[in-house]
Design a protein around this ligand. Sequence first.
Ligand code: RTP
Length: 155
Amino acid sequence: LVASMEDVEVSYIMIKPDGVQRGLVGEIISRFEKKGFLLKGLKLFQCPKDLAEEHYKDLKDKSFFPKLIDYITSGPVVCMAWEGVGVVASARKLIGATNPLQAEPGTIRGDLAVQTGRNVVHGSDSPDNGQREIALWFKEGELCQWVSAQASWLR
Ligand code: RTP
């Protein structure tokens, strides 16, 4: 084993309504799977307004906040909990910059999106927020504790 269990984090990754509507669910999940992270939770979910507001509460004073809440609640999202060593920062790299026009080719937003307000995917910005967001979006019993057969090659 090359990393200790202390380095294992969880990140809340969400495919936003545009990603679902555009048929990008498989493509986006595949990038996290291929990287070698472990899927602990997965559901298609119609987000209620109060949950969207709680999730984005740090942005509530921004001018784009009402539009952001309308966007996130406009159709189903795919909620995911991904586990792995350094998964929080790595997922942010795989996702790319908030503005897809500034996101590098090879990243999800760099390859698949154009507008900041339609940037297809969310990823937690710190390990603490990863824990907080997973507790917010998943109920107890919705996460699976399992070990992938590949785990010894990936950790
Ligand atoms: P996320 O939380 O979705 O992973 O995005 P982020 O950290 O890259 O970006 P953040 O600044 O936290 O913004 C959250 C989401 O709000 C939308 N947004 N719209 N000027 C705008 O219209 C604007 N700015 C941000 C985006 O969907 C962004 O991902």
